[in-house]
Design a protein around this ligand. Structure first.
Ligand SMILES: [Zn+2]
Length: 165
């Protein structure tokens, strides 16, 4: 869960995984167990602290340590922001994902793969970030099909934009 000024609270999971596999699991938990109620889900996660799961209080500016992925649930946007370490052990944005899925989603996460619905290829999606033109804005997250070139860009406010090349 993100906090003010790039701080966060998080739980350690040993099954931390690439978003292609973990995002579908988070989506199904959100949808089936919490009926799309993001506030209830995050409240439940925070409640686990009382059951003995240690809650980390971190800061995105701190060195990473030995964690491979950081998933931050943005309650207000019903969305998840994924961070991964740089080679010098700092967190950097990896991707952004809305929890809700739609039949016309460009990139479909099947649970173990990601399919481009534009051209049908599987697992040829590049994840990238792109600086925005606004000086103090956070970078955009971009998914791009390496086969057909279609892209989906998600801003730090979780607005998505698609382009065909
Ligand atoms: Zn494609």
């Amino acid at each position: 869960m993100p906090g003010p000024n790039d701080t966060y609270r998080a739980f350690y999971l040993h099954w931390g995984d690439h978003p292609v596999r973990l995002i579908p699991r988070m989506r199904s938990t959100w949808r089936e167990q919490f009926v799309g109620d993001t506030a209830a889900w995050t409240a439940d996660l925070l409640h686990r602290q009382a059951d003995g799961d240690p809650l980390w209080h971190g800061d995105l500016a701190e060195p990473v340590g030995d964690t491979e992925w950081l998933y931050l649930i943005h309650q207000h946007h019903a969305a998840v922001e994924v961070h991964t370490p740089t080679t010098d052990d700092r967190w950097q944005l990896y991707s952004r994902h809305l929890l809700a899925t739609h039949p016309d989603d460009l990139f479909v996460f099947t649970g173990d793969a990601v399919r481009c619905s534009g051209c049908g290829t599987v697992d040829e999606v590049e994840f990238a970030t792109r600086a925005t033109t606004e000086a103090d804005a956070k970078p955009d997250a971009v998914m791009r099909c390496e086969n057909c070139g279609r892209t989906e860009t998600t801003t730090s406010n979780f607005a998505t934009h698609r382009a065909s090349t």
